[in-house]
Write a protein that binds this ligand. Structure first.
Ligand code: ATP
Ligand code: CA
Ligand code: CA
Length: 430
């Protein structure tokens, strides 16, 4: 289970996939970005833009190293999500992902078989998703956008793009781009993935001994007497946002999501970390640290000088560039995580005491894995698992029940909510 991130070099088996993903993003996103912004229409949510890349190139797509097809789903919607909702600087986004052709592959930490990749600066995560998840995201995209607009402080995964790469052999790989909840510049001393379910939700002591930073689960949280230490003010904000986000997930019929909690203890500090400018640090899911010298970070450069300055100048000078976006660039110091309540303290949410005074703990929080609808597949699994365990403690329950249980657990895990120990799985009422 020890998964350590691997830099994808030219000899890596997924190098071509990575190259194609990044090339597609680079061309697709900058193509949309170069156009004058306009209000969204209903068709934008269903839109897909196709690109065909080959080694020769054509008027639409520059030549690439490999032949492949790329689809950009709902590009205008994701542009709006990135810029209007998540306050991402468009140039920064492209730069982070494609300035260097470097990704760190985490492999497949979950049971789903999805692969995870970090952008070279660790701000973004690319997650490959199943076709069903892809279809589901498209089906809820409008509601998701609406939710994020009305809940600017949502804790739900931030989706920045949805794409597909098709390799010549015909393999189709869908992927989303989302936020990395954990900051590259801070040690995360403990990580928990919490669902509010207790059956099978425990990482063995053996595994924790092997690696104290492995991702732990609900029962570990309860047994370790953990709490999110939040004073009344911060607790109320957190609980209210979780309530709204789970209400949305219930309506969308989603289940199997979890609250990812990364804990940074400021007293322990970044002992295992290093100065940002000298070394790059990878913190994969299992918490093991890998350090790299900047010399190892030099990526394959494709398509010319994609330095920050060059990219900004290109965008600024583009004749197609709308005036309003130029203003946005000028305001770019506003475009960061400080806008968001739960990401305001060094990219996270700092713990507070009963008098709302800061504690030396920063939480990195988010609701992840939100693309599993309660489908027939889950119903079958539910019936099957229900034979052997208490139906309400196990993970696959209908979305409303799942949300209810999740919500109760979140109340219990914050201080003032009675503590994790008091959590009882939801009893059946009717
Ligand atoms: P499964 O369906 O088996 O739970 P999955 O492949 O759908 O697995 P996720 O649950 O999305 O995977 O994520 C697996 C792990 O990856 C999480 O427990 C967490 O450690 C890490 N992870 C996922 N999303 C993020 C994120 N946005 N930021 C930081 N870490 C993340
Ligand atoms: Ca999961
Ligand atoms: Ca999943």
């Amino acid at each position: 289970e020890a998964i350590v991130g691997n830099l994808i070099g030219e000899k890596h088996p997924n190098y071509i996939l990575m190259y194609n993903m990044l090339t597609g993003i680079r061309i697709g996103v900058s193509r949309t970005q170069a156009k004058v912004k306009r209000p969204l229409t209903d068709d934008d949510y269903k839109a897909k833009h196709k690109y065909s890349f080959d080694i020769v190139g054509n008027e639409l797509t520059p030549s690439a190293k490999y032949d492949f097809k790329f689809k950009d789903y709902a590009p205008w919607v994701f542009r709006e999500l990135r810029e209007e909702c998540f306050h991402l600087d468009p140039a920064d986004y492209l730069l982070s992902l494609t300035a260097k052709y470097i990704l760190t592959e985490l492999g497949s930490p979950g049971k789903s078989g999805s692969f995870f990749y970090f952008s070279s600066d660790y701000r973004f995560i690319i997650k490959t998703i199943h076709h069903a998840e892809h279809k589901f995201l498209r089906s809820i995209l409008k509601d998701y956008h609406e939710h994020v607009k009305t809940n600017p402080h949502t804790l739900l995964s931030r989706f920045y793009g949805l794409h597909r790469v098709k390799l010549p052999r015909g393999r189709k790989i869908h992927f989303v781009i989302m936020n990395n909840l954990f900051p590259p510049h801070r040690d995360i001393h403990e990580t928990y993935d919490l669902k509010g379910s207790t059956v099978g939700r425990e990482l063995s002591e053996e595994k924790i001994r092997q690696n104290p930073r492995a991702v732990q689960k609900d029962l570990n949280w309860i047994n370790n007497h953990k709490q999110l230490e939040l004073g009344p003010e911060k607790r109320a904000l957190f609980i209210e946002q979780i309530r709204r986000d789970t209400a949305f997930l219930k309506r969308a019929n989603v289940m199997d999501y979890s609250l990812l909690v990364g804990i940074h203890n400021m007293k322990r500090g970044n002992r295992d970390n290093v100065r940002r400018n000298t070394l790059h640090v990878v913190q994969p899911h299992d918490g093991r640290i890998q350090r790299r010298k900047p010399s190892q970070m030099k990526g394959h450069r494709d398509g010319g000088p994609f330095t920050a300055g060059a990219m900004r100048r290109a965008i600024r000078q583009s004749e197609l560039k709308p005036v309003e976006s130029q203003t946005n660039l000028a305001e770019e110091n506003l475009w960061d995580r400080q806008n968001f309540i739960f990401y305001q303290d060094e990219g996270g949410y700092r713990g507070t005491d009963e008098c709302n005074q800061p504690l030396p703990t920063i939480y990195y929080l988010g609701v992840i894995d939100i693309l599993t609808p309660y489908t027939v597949f889950k119903q079958v699994e539910n019936a099957w698992k229900g034979l052997s365990a208490d139906r309400h403690k196990i993970s696959p329950v209908p979305a409303a029940e799942y949300g209810e249980r999740f919500w109760r657990f979140m109340n219990a895990v914050t201080r003032g909510g009675g503590g994790g120990e008091s959590f009882k799985p939801v009893e059946k009422h009717k």
